[in-house]
Design a protein around this ligand. Structure first.
Ligand code: HAM
Length: 419
């Protein structure tokens, strides 16, 4: 191990990468805010117990757990839903419902790093608390879809209702932890192991059903009169009717089970095929029993999280154009005696423009070279002769044209072209 090496699964982000990430984060945040979701922040580390309660094996196996100096067992947050439920059960319980929250922060999972799978990765997620109507599921699903559409990303959205799978498993007398295990195996597509727990032909046929709304009709014959399963299928029918009305494209896939154990109803995943093995850029669903574990009061909730790094990888692979970050102006003092005046001009211009000032005491030729290299649109050349007449020279870096302008008119002159 060397101190100049990053820990496995972590990354540095260059200014250009951060520009892209901020742009995409801004687009998603703005979309979430138009649906009236409000931003929150949760701690980077929590009591490890919080995630052991109901997040499931997949999360528990991959947690970064450590002891503090008082021997308390803590962990870096592997996901945010359990934290948001903890937060809700404390200070947010009295707030007006439904409560619409979103977050954007790094998560930590001790996984085998590869492209699209990191030990430190970012999620942007949404939790809608206190609403249990089909339209609330539909809103959350359409919100995820809308964010990606705004970015111009092409994707595939798949939906299921865990009530269907849980209902059938209950009827097969596969309950409790064994049931959670069966769902985790469906999520990992480990059908060999699944067969050892749930060796039932109809069940295997059911989890292979995928397609449009006809899937629900085909499912009914395989449900063998399972009341809970039929009810869940009916709910999924209502939710998809809402999605149809909102013109959201989706595929019903009865094999979607999700890797987390707290889901109780609708579950959905969004994939971008170009991403290969790590194609899932978003996952979510309804978890009506999780908040009750913390607060003692059953409270319905539904949400999702984007894997933000995978969203970024998708923009790259699908060649989504991200507007370049431009430097508007570089202010270039030609000689030492005008440096302070030039700095003052730069400072004034910063009210409206992105302005760089030569800090290296370079000759004009070198400053022009620098301005060209960083893609600046204008250079304001400040010379001592010009300053005597209260004027400066504006050079258009695109055309090479130069124009003398009175200092008081500089802002106006550049504004006319740039704003
Ligand atoms: P999740 O499916 O575990 O769900 O994670 C959500 C998204 O985070 C995944 O779809 C994936 O894009 C991304 N992700 C997961 N692990 C990694 C990793 N190691 N590297 C890069 N990206 C990763 C949750 O975390 C739930 N809390 C979502 C939710 C919110 N459900 C309801 N509300």
């Amino acid at each position: 191990m060397s101190i100049v090496e990053k820990p496995r699964g972590t990354r540095d982000f260059s200014p250009a990468e951060m520009h892209g990430r901020d742009y995409v984060e801004g687009m998603i945040s703005r979309t979430l805010e138009t649906y009236n979701y409000r931003k929150i922040l949760i701690p980077t580390f929590e009591h490890a117990e919080l995630f052991k309660l109901k997040s499931g094996e997949e999360i528990e196996e991959h947690m970064f757990v450590f002891k503090d100096k008082a021997n308390r067992e803590l962990c870096l947050r592997p996901e945010a839903t359990a934290s948001v439920c903890r937060m809700f059960s404390g200070e947010l319980q009295m707030m007006q419902r439904p409560l619409k929250l979103y977050y954007s922060c790094p998560m930590f999972r001790y996984e085998e790093p590869q492209k699209g799978r990191y030990r430190e990765f970012w999620q942007m997620g949404v939790e809608l608390i206190g609403a249990e109507t089909p339209e609330s599921d539909a809103e959350v699903i359409s919100l995820a879809s809308e964010c990606l559409k705004k970015l111009g990303i092409e994707f595939k959205l798949e939906i299921n209702h865990l009530g269907i799978l849980r209902g059938v498993l209950d009827d097969l007398d596969i309950k409790g932890e064994k049931q959670d295990k069966a769902l985790a195996l469906i999520d990992r597509k480990n059908f060999e192991e699944l067969k050892k727990i749930a060796d039932n032909g109809n069940f295997f046929e059911l989890i292979k059903l995928t397609g449009g709304r006809d899937v629900l009709e085909n499912a009914s014959s395989l449900l063998n009169g399972c009341v809970a399963g039929m009810e869940a299928s009916g709910e999924l029918g209502q939710i998809t009717s809402w999605l149809d009305a909102m013109e959201i494209d989706y595929i019903i896939n009865l094999g979607i089970a999700r890797g987390l154990a707290y889901y109780t109803g609708t579950v959905f995943e969004i994939r971008v095929s170009e991403l290969g093995a790590q194609s899932q850029i978003c996952g979510g669903g309804r978890y009506d029993d999780l908040i009750g574990l913390f607060s003692g009061v059953k409270t319905p909730a539904v949400g999702f999280a984007f894997g933000f790094d995978r969203v970024m990888n998708a923009t790259e692979l699908q060649k989504i154009e991200i507007p370049e970050k431009k430097t508007d102006i570089v202010v270039a003092p030609v000689s030492a005696d005008v440096r302070i005046d030039a700095a003052k001009i730069a400072s004034k211009l910063r009210d409206n423009f992105i302005v760089d000032f030569d800090l290296m005491g370079r000759k004009l030729g070198k400053i022009l070279e620098y301005a060209g290299n960083i893609g600046a649109r204008y250079v304001i050349i400040v010379g001592s002769e010009d300053m005597k007449n209260n004027s400066i020279t504006v050079r258009d870096m695109g055309t090479g044209e130069q124009k003398k302008v009175k200092i008081e008119n500089v802002e106006m002159a550049i504004k006319k072209i740039l704003l």
